[in-house]
Design a binder for this molecule. Structure first.
Ligand code: SF4
Ligand code: SF4
Length: 184
């Protein structure tokens, strides 16, 4: 048999959290109308980076695909030729796909990449209404062409061979242009 205290006080105490919360500042975020910035190192959509002349950093080595625990990356490499060059080295990524139905955004692939071709952006809106559109192709992942960059294929503009690119001894075209690559 419940005591008088239990009958009168306990229901009030049970609503204590509710009453306290009613008078606190509301923290609801008005997404998607207002987007809050993520933490700077948030793991979002991937990006395939370029060198400052527009050539691609990916060499089609597949190390990212082998590192992926979710088997979310598919790469097919191909050989560059002097007339058909997409990256400074011998090889480039002809096919590059990331399946965002599988990806868990762990970042192991970007750790495995030897050329820093693959990095991750802060973009987190990776939803769609069909499965096919969540398999991102190379053109969906490539970094945009910035001023001074040229759409591949084209010859190496910044050095005599790929060693100039990878050793960080790129010839500057524009004194304002940063050396190295374009990454996010
Ligand atoms: S972030 Fe992780 S799960 Fe996604 S593609 Fe890279 S290694 Fe695979
Ligand atoms: S993104 Fe990096 S690890 Fe993946 S195939 Fe290209 S160069 Fe190799």
């Amino acid at each position: 048999m419940a005591t008088l205290k239990e009958q009168l006080w306990d229901p009030v105490a049970g609503f204590g959290v509710t009453f306290r919360t009613m008078f606190r500042k509301v923290v609801t975020e008005q997404y998607p109308e207002q987007k809050e910035p993520t933490a700077p190192r948030f793991h979002g959509r991937h990006q395939l980076n370029r060198w400052p002349d527009g050539l691609e950093k990916c060499v089609g080595c597949e190390l990212c695909a082998w590192a992926c625990p979710a088997d979310a990356i598919y790469v097919e490499g191909a050989s560059n030729t002097e007339d058909d060059r997409f990256s400074p080295g011998e090889r480039y990524g002809r096919v590059y796909q990331i399946n965002y139905l599988r990806c868990i955004l762990c970042g192991l692939c970007i750790e495995a990449c030897p050329t820093r071709a693959l990095t991750m952006t802060n973009e987190y809106e990776l939803a769609d209404n069909n499965r096919a559109d969540l398999i991102y192709e190379k053109q969906d992942l490539l970094a945009p062409l910035l001023p001074g960059m040229e759409q591949p294929p084209h010859p190496m503009r910044l050095g005599a061979d790929e060693g100039d690119y990878y050793r960080g001894t790129l010839r500057r075209q524009d004194p304002q242009e940063p050396q190295g690559g374009t990454e996010s």
